[in-house]
Design a binder for this molecule. Structure first.
Ligand SMILES: CC(C)(COP(=O)(O)OP(=O)(O)OC[C@H]1O[C@@H](n2cnc3c(N)ncnc32)[C@H](O)[C@@H]1OP(=O)(O)O)[C@@H](O)C(=O)NCCC(=O)NCCS
Length: 170
């Protein structure tokens, strides 16, 4: 049975390997995503409840992290990275991790999550081009690849440029 739960310090080594392995053959990767996770865990942007592992038979098969960002004057979250071990991909694990993260982020009072990635993947999960919400990337990117989801319908539109934590090196 697949369980999604908060990561704890005993998981760090396994998560490192999962992220490294998942991104090894990924289309868009700098090969350092596993080290980004280590840096983000030690940063002010880290939100422990939004560092989640997918576990099957006591084995970590997937990982997702949402960290704090600013959009204009509003504190929101960014999804990065998301990783599922190759042999467990296309079985809904990534979807489960994203949905769990959105629910927790909403409970914690965040209104938006942003992501840089494949529109084919994230549109299915409710993401749309961020510019539609007035949210702009802090770097040059095709607008279809910079996406946002509104987690809380009652929140009015916010506008601004996303400010990532310095650990992203942007
Ligand atoms: C992207 C990733 C997390 C998806 O996880 P997953 O558990 O396989 O995803 P799900 O099973 O929830 O969803 C599968 C669906 O997403 C789509 N999909 C999966 N990977 C995709 C990709 N790389 N690009 C586009 N669409 C993709 C497919 O349409 C698939 O549906 P299908 O099997 O019916 O065709 C996983 O492939 C992965 O770890 N990739 C390497 C790391 C990476 O690129 N991470 C994303 C960084 S933004």
């Amino acid at each position: 049975m697949l369980i999604v739960r908060q990561e704890n310090s005993n998981d760090y080594d396994e998560v490192y390997k999962v992220v490294k392995t998942a991104f090894k053959n990924a289309e868009h990767s700098d090969g350092n995503e596993q080290d980004l996770v280590v840096r983000l865990r030690n940063s002010e942007a880290f939100i422990p409840e939004l560092s989640l592992v997918a576990v099957e038979n006591d084995k970590i098969i997937g990982y997702i992290l949402f960290t704090r960002i600013m959009i204009g004057k509003s504190e929101e979250v960014a999804l990065a990275p998301l990783a599922v071990l190759p042999e467990y991909q296309r079985q809904g694990v990534g979807t489960r991790l994203i949905k769990a993260g959105h629910r927790i982020a909403k409970e914690k009072g965040y209104h938006y999550s942003v992501v840089l990635g494949s529109e084919n993947y994230y549109h299915r999960l409710g993401y749309n081009e961020a510019v539609l919400y007035g949210i702009e990337p802090p770097f040059e990117v095709e607008s279809k690849n910079f996406m946002a989801i509104k987690l809380n319908e009652s929140k009015e539109k916010i506008s601004g440029i996303v400010q990532y934590s310095k650990e992203f090196g942007i």
